[in-house]
Design a protein around this ligand. Structure first.
Ligand code: AQP
Length: 333
């Protein structure tokens, strides 16, 4: 059976982008067809300025939302990254495999470092090395597939390069994984600025639909989405990105398939936006309702995470021990 690994960073509240680009596929496909692990990657949230109490809250909330969205602890392993030491252990060996030039070429690093500098802050070293820790997350489990949104493709490519290089230097140790993406919606764009992805750590609130937004808030955000000055409804990702984004969201939310075909059914932006708003509200409703139940039962969520960490540790330890031996480190007696 294939091994799948993916994760979500608790840097903000989960968004519609996270759901459509990643989580929904984990729930509906991945956990049923593979030996799947899903992780709240909390160590990655330390790469930018953060508030400890908020991080704790967001990590718990992310785990509850993944369960609310339909991850089933009987079918997959759900855990928190910092509960499994093997991630950090392996990350160091991979830092000794990667080069600094390789890290500085990462697009997300360049964008986020520029953002930090614009805010007058300093760039944490971990922001540069974050893709190495992500490679460790993936390689520690002998992962075959990494289901992610488009924005993570370059990091998964780096993970592949590091696995191949390590294997060539020290003998076969790691499975070389590949990224998988949903057919539509691999990159949901910000509703106020369709040139950037809907990212949970961005500050442009009205352009981001959060999974826990009330229906009225969802409707308001969708109705105010930036489109363009045209009048006809056509699907053109390059020329009409705002409109294309709404059509993508409608296609995945309703399961209607081809966004270009959907466009043909509309003659006004207003009608399209109303249908998008209705579809997103209905898509998120069961997640919000189940999340409210889980908030009332924190012991259940903690129990799932405890059991998940135990299972994850048992899978990762032999792989990471093998890597330690392969590079020539003396095993502890
Ligand atoms: N807008 C998106 N469209 C499609 N997929 C997306 N993902 C994220 N945003 C979109 C996918 O969701 C998974 C978890 O994402 P993450 O937690 O690693 O990153 P994020 O939501 O992008 O979080 P941040 O903190 O807001 O990160 P940045 O600052 O990078 O934008 C991933 O599979 C991701 O591809």
């Amino acid at each position: 059976m294939k091994r799948i690994f993916s994760g979500v960073k608790p840097t903000g509240h989960l968004t519609l982008g996270n759901y459509i680009g990643a989580v929904r596929k984990w729930v509906e496909e991945d956990q049923h067809r593979a030996d799947a692990l899903f992780c709240v990657v909390d160590l990655h949230a330390l790469t930018v300025d953060h508030d400890p109490a908020r991080l704790r809250r967001l990590s718990r909330q992310a785990a509850s939302l993944l369960l609310a969205a339909g991850l089933d602890p009987e079918r997959c392993v759900l855990f928190v990254q910092s509960h499994v030491d093997e991630h950090a252990r392996l990350s160091y060996l991979l830092e000794c495999t990667a080069t600094d030039g390789e890290m500085r070429r990462m697009v997300q690093y360049k964008e986020k470092a520029a953002r930090e500098r614009e805010r007058g802050g300093s760039v944490r070293l971990s922001l540069l090395t974050y893709p190495v820790l992500m490679a460790a997350d993936i390689l520690a489990y002998g992962t075959d597939e990494v289901p992610v949104g488009d924005d993570q493709t370059q990091h998964v490519e780096l993970t592949r390069d590091l696995a191949v290089r390590f294997n060539q230097r020290y003998g076969h140790t790691f499975t070389v994984p590949r990224a998988t993406h949903p057919a539509v919606g691999a990159r949901v764009m910000n509703l106020q600025d369709p040139s950037v992805k809907m990212g949970k750590s961005d500050d442009t609130g009205p352009g981001i639909v959060y999974l826990l937004d009330e229906p009225d808030t969802v409707r308001r955000k969708v109705m105010r989405a930036v489109t363009d000055s045209g009048r006809d409804v056509v699907y053109d990702r390059e020329g009409r990105p705002g409109l294309a984004n709404l059509l993508d969201v409608l296609a995945v939310s309703t399961g209607a398939g081809d966004p270009a075909e959907l466009a043909a059914g509309y003659s006004s932006y207003g009608a399209l936006k109303r249908d998008v708003a209705d579809a997103v509200v209905e898509l998120l409703r069961p997640v919000r309702e189940r999340h409210a139940e889980l908030v009332a039962d924190p012991a259940y969520v903690d129990g799932v995470l405890r059991a998940g960490a135990e299972r994850a540790r048992a899978l990762a330890r032999p792989v990471v021990d093998r890597a330690y031996r392969a590079v020539g480190l003396v095993p502890a007696a």
